[in-house]
Design a binder for this molecule. Structure first.
Ligand code: MN
Length: 217
């Protein structure tokens, strides 16, 4: 499928003369088949939320997670699908001007690579198919999030006949990286890319020298 088609919705929502977000035009990074990337962006928009994005077939498939991910397998986090984002969005950190779509501050809360572990009857299911079917499991290798997670759709768009949005749950699977009782979004609030807090990014403070950690790429 042409990348342009997949990003039409993304582009239609934004004025690239006003926002510093990537347009995904040209210069688009090449997709990676063997070690696809993920990112979680903390986004202080009209309401604080976390944008969870997985590299799938040349775009970042995206869900907005109001409360953010958890490492506690007993915690189920609502995840609402949003439009596909360009691959280079994964490193975007900065401020979207007030009045623009998604206006507010964005930081790279976690980043790394993932491995698709979705199976059906013992057979591996490609990511795109798994998302279409409404269930995907994957193993994250990030700085804050590691181990197996699952995203599962529990409501399709419009399923209630009143135009409800599609809704999924993001859950940590119970493996040796699970941390019952922990609160990773509260304990580790800052950017893995620059070490900055939301306030730092909003104020345009430059990254400190001591925290130049870049996400795995
Ligand atoms: Mn967002």
């Amino acid at each position: 499928m042409a990348r342009g088609d997949q990003l039409d919705t993304y582009r239609s929502k934004r004025d690239f003369g006003r926002t510093g977000e990537p347009s995904g035009d040209g210069g688009q990074e090449r997709p990676r088949r063997s070690k696809p990337r993920f990112v979680v962006q903390k986004h202080d928009a009209s309401r604080l939320h976390y944008d969870f994005r997985l590299e799938v077939d040349g775009v970042m498939k995206s869900w907005a997670v109001p409360k953010g991910p958890s490492l506690d397998p007993s915690v189920k986090r609502l995840a609402v699908p949003t439009e596909d984002h360009p691959l280079d969005y994964r490193t975007f950190e900065g401020t979207i001007p007030a009045g623009e779509y998604g206006g507010g501050t964005v930081l790279v809360w976690d980043a790394g690579t993932y491995r698709n572990t979705t199976e059906k009857k013992g057979e591996a299911v490609p990511m795109g198919d798994a998302i279409d079917h409404g269930h995907v499991s994957f193993e994250l290798s990030g700085k804050k999030l590691t181990g197996r997670f699952a995203l599962t759709r529990f409501r399709r768009e419009g399923q209630d006949g009143r135009g409800a949005k599609a809704a999924w749950l993001l859950v940590k699977e119970d493996d040796d990286r699970a941390r019952p009782g922990s609160d990773v979004v509260a304990d580790q609030p800052d950017s893995v890319k620059t070490g900055r807090s939301l306030d730092d990014v909003a104020a345009g403070r430059r990254p400190s020298r001591r925290s130049p950690r870049r996400p795995a790429s």
